[in-house]
Design a protein around this ligand. Sequence first.
Ligand SMILES: [Zn+2]
Length: 67
Amino acid sequence: MATDPVCNMAVEPDKAVDKAEYQGTNYYFCSHDCHKAFTAEPEKYAPKNDTRNPPAIGAARVGHRSH
Ligand SMILES: [Zn+2]
């Protein structure tokens, strides 16, 4: 089971109306409209896989501090 990245609907690859490949990953779509939206701005819909990306900058870095 795949997930339509535009509307987040579950899509069976076999039954997908349309599909696209982006950065080596196949994406399946429930409709041509979702496919069009994705191909127009794939970076907006494709999940980010950058695990090195730090979480919130600032707060998380503040540890215990003693005088
Ligand atoms: Zn869709």
